[in-house]
Design a protein around this ligand. Structure first.
Ligand SMILES: *Cc1c(COP(=O)(O)O)cnc(C)c1O
Length: 365
């Protein structure tokens, strides 16, 4: 949902400095070898900066060589054993995907459904099972534009481990793994961090690691082996596991450096301001927002397609005439909802103005 043409324009054009541009520039530099000491330093610093972004002291914090879905796979395959009770709060596509991943590991999956567009129901999650092994939920449900309250899940988790998805949240919303009682968490690079797709920032508490991680059925995502791969930062000798995608790690390092130099709070505030301005502008245009009030994500806005309007034709028009890509709805909302992402470099007043102007023109409003 990050539109490449917009990033290019902001890179080359006048106006305020784009804090995310460095991540793109890094991808154009000559590649470092995966054993080059310079690369190893960059990897160590990346893990350290990820701890700051996650709000955690977990030594086992690293960028997995995978997209966000690979992060999900790694989270479940390491901590879920056959027959485990896994309660999953579901209010969109990514909650459903968690159920699918857990069921393939032969867990006893207990989905707790809330209507799409509404936040998850914390009390229903607590009542779903007396003693679950894992409670899982998505922080920012990208399919519906809804924010779920992960801190509240941490309060009711009891003896269960809390496993959470922050793919769309990280870099755009506050994430506090340690304060919220999150045990296992994963994210992605291509949403609010404004980096290309391809890495999954990951973190797991020592408590969760000791309690659950044995010899997972996945070799590639075996966190025991990956602890050696990131070496120094996990306090161990570095050993070869797989070839690190060095270009991507260098790009993520550049993005995190710039975001933290500017401050994470500033980046989050920018996403909040952009989302609020977009949502107000859409309402002023007479459109109806889809996600429930009080649970709306700033970085992903869902809005109902007005009666009689061809959703796909409008999306095509925006892409062809404005280099602007907005998403269709998901599942049963495919043609009745639009999803507008304002993430990373696109969480800016300029992009908000462009979206509102272009959509107004397309709809004749
Ligand atoms: C995008 C997304 C994913 C999947 O990430 P990929 O990088 O597409 O594999 C998972 N969960 C959420 C909430 C997402 O928004």
């Amino acid at each position: 949902m990050i539109s490449a043409p917009l990033i290019e324009r902001k890179l080359c054009g006048p106006g305020p400095c784009n804090p995310y541009a460095e991540a793109q520039v890094a991808l154009t530099r000559p590649l470092l070898g995966h054993l080059d000491p310079e690369f190893l330093r960059i990897m160590d610093e990346t893990c350290e900066m990820l701890r700051t972004v996650w709000g955690t002291e977990n030594p086992r914090t690293l960028p997995l060589s995978a997209t966000g879905s690979g992060g999900m796979e790694a989270a479940f395959v390491n901590t879920v054993h056959k027959g485990d009770v896994v309660v999953v709060a579901v209010n969109g596509l990514f909650g459903q995907r968690m159920c699918e991943v857990a069921s393939r590991l032969h867990a006893r999956v207990v989905p707790v459904d809330s209507p799409w567009g509404e936040p998850i129901d914390i009390h229903a999650v607590r009542r779903a099972h007396p003693n679950p092994d894992i409670i899982a939920a998505v922080h920012a449900e990208t399919s519906t534009g809804v924010r779920n309250d992960i801190a509240a899940l941490g309060e009711i988790k009891g003896n269960a481990l809390l496993l959470t998805d922050h793919v769309t949240a990280i870099g755009g919303s506050e994430v506090s793994v340690d304060d919220w009682g999150v045990d296992i968490a994963y994210a992605g690079t291509q949403k609010c961090l404004g980096v290309a797709p391809g890495l999954a920032p990951f973190t797991i508490s020592e408590r969760a690691f000791k309690r659950r991680v044995g010899r997972p059925s996945s070799w590639y995502f075996d966190l025991g082996l990956l602890g050696g791969y990131v070496g120094g930062s996990a306090g161990r000798q570095r050993t070869y596991h797989h070839t690190a995608p060095t270009g991507m790690v260098v790009s993520l390092h550049a993005a995190l450096t710039r975001i933290l130099a500017e401050s994470l709070d500033t980046a989050i505030a920018r996403h909040e301001a952009a989302g609020a301005a977009l949502q107000q502008g859409l309402v002023d245009m007479g459109l109806e927002l889809f996600a429930a009030e009080g649970a709306r994500l700033p970085q992903l806005t869902t809005v109902r397609v007005p009666e009689g309007v061809d959703s796909a034709a409008v999306r095509r028009h925006l892409l062809e005439h404005y280099s602007l890509e907005i998403g269709a709805g998901v599942g049963e909302y495919a043609s009745s909802v639009w999803r507008i992402g304002l993430m990373g470099p696109n969480a800016s007043p300029a992009t908000v103005a462009l979206v509102l102007g272009a959509l107004g023109e397309a709809l004749g409003r």
